[in-house]
Write a protein that binds this ligand. Structure first.
Ligand code: WTA
Length: 668
């Protein structure tokens, strides 16, 4: 049986009901051990306190976890929904909170980041050293004319300079916009244009599976055509490969940041000053620039990092494996661990380089105590076999986190026993926290609290204190326990997105129009008999491939932009390892079908338009697409085909022979 067949991950459905049918009953329970509970950061009282006065709960977290240069008098302003203001008249500096204040408090010698490059090179930065680097970068950016409010595009691999760049931007009030290195030059350019970025920070490249892999050429290509605002490109030398150079625009990091002054005074910015933009896929074509601001984002980032991971910053070593190109790498690599004064590991490469035990070797070497990763990685490790982690001492681990997609109960159990149980040497010792959240929510929203919550394999379970989550039916009515529906958030939360960059109407339409006065997350969910929440996958046209969000319509647009393609339909098909895989159905034009390489050509075309991460796993050439009489493509039927089932009810099709034609063409 595939790991997906028995769990809620089998859902990945377009209608919550489809997934509910597959949801097996789960009665395994894992209460916290008394030893863990006795030392836990989170307490059951947090729920009661937040329920009694939600804004007051968050105001307390904001004041306890952050240092404000000007205290706030107003916690929440929700007088103009869906536009929220949190801690509106307060001021603070994100970089000061992540760095300087720890040095001032005598923690300058604590390691902030242990970096391990894929080739095995290592660097560690203490809080004092990281503060110095960020001050230098802040001075360098300012010397290039970057001012408060300007946008900076970041196209970097997982190296410390990525964190340094983000914090330097935050320090001077510039707004960073990270573009994941797996996106193409075209995707990078459209994001640079949308944000009107003035500076790009990149590197010559990185390493992938033992080989140098380039980044700078994509920046060159992106900026080749005029009409952008980018005046300078700062280039980190990472793999030493030759790069093209545009005089007057390109600058080596070492020559600019390296030579800048290490003195820089942080000033407070308004709590609602923009901190970053991060583009994410939505239902319709163009990616949305999700906007986050400073005070509320940092408050919830810091609180959740502490409570959900049971952080003891003086002794823990935290490792979030997410790339800084995604929100997880923003909140739980660049910000929360540093705000909380923790020590973290940052690793550049893939889990199988140079061998399949690399992650476990790193955990042993750095004594990682909190590991935060995605179900797709766990399922890959399951496939590789438990003998591999068993060769290493994983005894330092004490909390395990999961994010990005539903974790199926088998993967949950394996994670707990094999990784948390140190290869079975110690059973039932390490709590798992399955964390549900989104780019838009900024920080964790639904997760068990270790030491408090009795865990259930496969369920994210409970909204965090101060977060009002519900599951509602089509009409927006709360569903009873035991039923499924749509996941919504009923009250504003500190780290909520403040909008879509440059498009307030789209913000309202996308998230706040489906149900009155509720944020619609786009996920299907179920409440079990105890009222715990199970996530069932997206209910819109967003796919989740290895925990990465991809839009079906965006990939369809990329395909039809190729001259050989007449029509295209894309679905996310269940995949044992990656959760979903991109499967495209295309109708070709004219003689294109005679081209033996057409599938490769189209895959590469999607790679060029969006990026390698969006390349379909399968492209199936078909004579027709199933459409309703109103012309809507019935993706549900295509999903059946892509997942190897007989197509379901096709009676609403305009032409009911289409599915037979498709099946016949695929048999050929
Ligand atoms: C999915 C990633 C089930 C969900 C932090 C959401 C999850 C989308 C979980 C957001 C989880 C994330 N269980 N599904 N624990 N975490 N998702 O914006 O569909 O890249 O809407 O943020 O991932 O993806 P995003």
């Amino acid at each position: 049986m595939s790991p997906h067949e028995s769990g809620p991950a089998a859902g990945q459905a377009n209608h919550p009901g489809d997934a509910l049918e597959n949801l097996s009953h789960e009665d395994r329970r894992f209460p916290p051990s008394p030893e863990f509970a006795a030392q836990a950061v989170a307490t059951a009282e947090d729920y009661a306190e937040a329920a009694a006065d939600r804004p007051a709960f968050w105001a307390r977290q904001a004041r306890e976890l952050l240092t404000w240069s000007k205290d706030f008098t107003q916690t929440l302003d929700w007088s103009n929904p869906p536009f929220a203001s949190w801690f509106g008249d307060g001021q603070l500096n994100a970089a000061y909170n992540a760095l300087d204040r720890h040095v001032e408090n005598g923690l300058g010698d604590r390691v902030a980041i242990h970096f391990e490059g894929e080739p095995g090179d290592t660097r560690s930065y203490t809080y004092a050293e990281l503060t110095r680097e960020v001050k230098k970068a802040a001075n360098a950016f300012e010397s290039l004319g970057i001012r408060k409010g300007d946008r900076v595009a970041v196209y970097l691999p997982m190296i410390p300079e990525a964190v340094i760049t983000l914090l330097a931007c935050a320090r001077i009030g510039a707004v960073h916009s990270v573009v994941f290195g797996g996106f193409s030059a075209d995707a990078l350019r459209s994001r640079i244009d949308d944000a009107e970025a003035k500076l790009v920070v990149t590197s010559d490249g990185t390493y992938r599976r033992g080989k140098p892999s380039a980044l700078k050429p994509a920046v060159d290509e992106a900026l080749a055509k005029e009409g952008h605002n980018v005046g300078s490109v700062i280039v980190v030398k990472r793999n030493g490969e030759p790069v093209e150079w545009t005089e007057g625009r390109d600058l080596w990091w070492d020559d600019t940041v390296g030579t800048a002054s290490p003195e820089h005074t942080a000033v407070g910015h308004d709590a609602e000053h923009p901190l970053f933009i991060l583009y994410t896929s939505g239902t319709t074509g163009k990616p949305k620039g999700i906007l986050h601001t400073t005070g509320g984002f940092l408050t919830q980032a810091a609180y959740t990092h502490k409570a959900v991971f049971d952080l003891h910053p003086e002794s823990d070593v935290f490792w979030c494996t997410a790339d800084v190109g995604w929100v997880t790498g923003h909140t739980y690599v660049a910000y929360a661990p540093l705000i909380n004064g923790a020590t973290q590991l940052m690793y550049e490469g893939t889990p199988d380089s140079p061998h399949q035990g690399r992650w476990w070797e790193l955990i042993e070497k750095y004594k990682v105590s909190i590991l935060y990763t995605a179900p797709t990685a766990i399922r890959t490790f399951m496939k590789w076999g438990r003998e591999i982690p068993a060769k290493y001492d994983l005894g330092s681990l004490r909390v395990l986190g999961s994010v990005g997609e539903p974790i199926n109960p088998e993967a949950w159990m394996w994670y707990r026993e094999v990784i948390g149980g140190n290869g079975g040497k110690r059973q039932d010792r390490t709590p798992i926290v399955d964390t549900w959240w989104q780019t838009e929510t900024g920080a964790h929203m639904i997760a068990p609290l270790p030491g408090v919550t009795e865990a259930k394999p496969g369920s994210a379970q409970v909204p965090l204190p101060g977060i009002a989550v519900d599951v509602v039916d089509e009409l927006g009515e709360s569903v009873p326990n035991g039923s499924g529906g749509y996941l919504v958030i009923r009250e504003p939360w500190p780290a909520m997105l403040r909008g879509i960059w440059g498009d307030p109407d789209r913000y309202r339409d996308t998230y706040w129009s489906r149900f009155d006065n509720m944020y619609f997350a786009g996920d299907g969910a179920k409440k079990d008999e105890d009222g715990d929440v199970w996530l069932l996958g997206r209910v819109d046209d967003v796919m989740n491939v290895s925990g990465h969000r991809l839009s079906t319509t965006e990939i369809e647009s990329a395909l039809v932009s190729h001259p050989s393609v007449a029509e295209a339909a894309v679905v996310g098909a269940a995949d044992e390892t990656t959760g979903q895989a991109v499967v495209a159905f295309v109708i070709l034009r004219g003689s294109a079908a005679e081209d033996a390489d057409i599938v490769t050509t189209l895959r590469n075309h999607v790679g060029k338009e969006i990026g390698p991460i969006a390349k379909p796993k399968n492209i199936l050439v078909v004579p027709e697409l199933p459409k309703t009489r109103s012309g809507k493509i019935m993706r549900r039927l295509l999903k059946d085909v892509a997942e190897g089932r007989d197509a379901g009810d096709a009676t609403t099709l305009a032409d009911n022979t289409v599915m037979t034609q498709i099946a016949a063409s695929l048999r050929k």
